[in-house]
Design a protein around this ligand. Structure first.
Ligand code: CDM
Ligand code: ATP
Length: 276
């Protein structure tokens, strides 16, 4: 059985409060984007192992057992004593990019196991399991535009569609540590709640919707700021860093023509239409 976990971008990201447990409360809108990994599971017939992970595409640092798809399998295996599975993961979504690729894989693995083994899990219980695997993981269960608060795990649906707009996304060869990015932020509430800002016309977002991480990440990595400025030079309606970086996206009118621009040999570049 095969599925295609997709990435997300953050539309606006306000870090509002530091919590006693060290984590931060935030408000953001998660928006699904059509950059996809491929994830397949089959019954594993050989040997005594419960799972075997085969990886291809972009390399993920670390041991197989730390892969979020394996963590998702182990979580449900503890509860349902699942049959052994052979897992194939083809990574296309860059990691450490603010695109939630690892979280997407984990959430889609829960959905895949639920379907393959007829576990009968509700959307709500899959969201609950997903939230144990990562702060923003549960978003990928419904995978629809969502307003998120808390540590990125308290959701409400929003009415928003950018369907037909073009997305231009660039992830330079720069690693930004999410933990360090959070530690450099002075939390504060925005003048207007993001839930209201997001309902303004897209053309107005540029003047009032921000990603708070840009203030600390741009001075440290001016090349990331430069990509955002390039997006606006090319006519983006809205441009921003996603999550804690290092990817930057531009949203363009449906008929805009996007030229070829050299963002460096190692940069990941995606251009495509938004589909939701
Ligand atoms: C910033 C976002 O990209 C917004 O979508 C995500 O919230 C980040 O999610 P993520 O990469 O899955 O981050 P995690 O692996 O959960 O957390 C990495 C580190 O970031 C810090 N962290 C994360 C989320 C949060 N709400 N407050 C935090 O302070 C913590 O120090 C944590 O140890
Ligand atoms: N299946 C997986 N795909 C990608 N990363 C994984 C996976 N499993 C574990 N990881 C680990 O999770 C870390 C972060 O992955 P992910 O791609 O979700 O981060 P991100 O792009 O920073 O997203 P965000 O900050 O928006 O959640 C990586 O450092 C990687 O080692």
């Amino acid at each position: 059985m095969l599925t295609f976990p997709n990435g997300k971008i953050n539309l606006g990201l306000n870090i509002t409060e530091k919590r006693p447990d060290g984590y931060h409360n935030l408000e953001t809108v998660f928006y699904p984007i059509p950059i996809e990994d491929a994830l397949e599971i089959n019954l594993l017939h050989e040997g005594s192992r419960k799972y075997c992970l085969h990886q291809a595409g972009i390399e993920i640092a670390g041991e197989a057992e730390n892969n979020l798809v394996v963590k998702a399998y182990k979580l449900l295996d503890e509860l349902f004593d699942l049959p052994p599975v052979d897992i194939h993961l083809f990574k296309h979504i860059p990691s450490g990019a603010g695109l939630g690729g690892g979280s997407a894989d984990a959430a889609f693995m829960l959905k895949l196991l639920n379907e393959k083994f007829n576990l009968g899990l509700s959307i709500e219980s899959m969201e609950d399991y997903a939230s144990r695997l990562g702060a923003d993981c549960a978003f990928f269960i419904r995978n629809a535009p969502t307003y998120a608060e808390g540590i990125g795990n308290v959701f409400s649906p929003i009415s928003l569609s950018l369907k037909g707009y073009q997305l231009w996304l660039v992830k330079p060869d720069i690693f930004v540590s999410t933990r360090d990015a959070f530690s450099q932020i002075k939390p504060h509430r925005p003048e207007r709640p993001l839930k209201e800002t997001i309902q303004l016309p897209v053309e107005e977002w540029r003047n009032c919707m921000v990603n708070d991480f840009e203030e600390s990440v741009f001075p440290q990595f001016p090349a990331i700021r430069e990509i955002k400025e390039e997006m606006y030079r090319q006519g983006a309606v809205y441009a921003s860093m996603s999550g804690s970086g290092s990817s930057v996206y531009g949203i363009f009118k449906p008929n805009a023509s996007l030229p070829d621009i050299d963002f460096g040999k190692e940069a990941f570049v995606y251009k495509g239409k938004l589909v939701v």
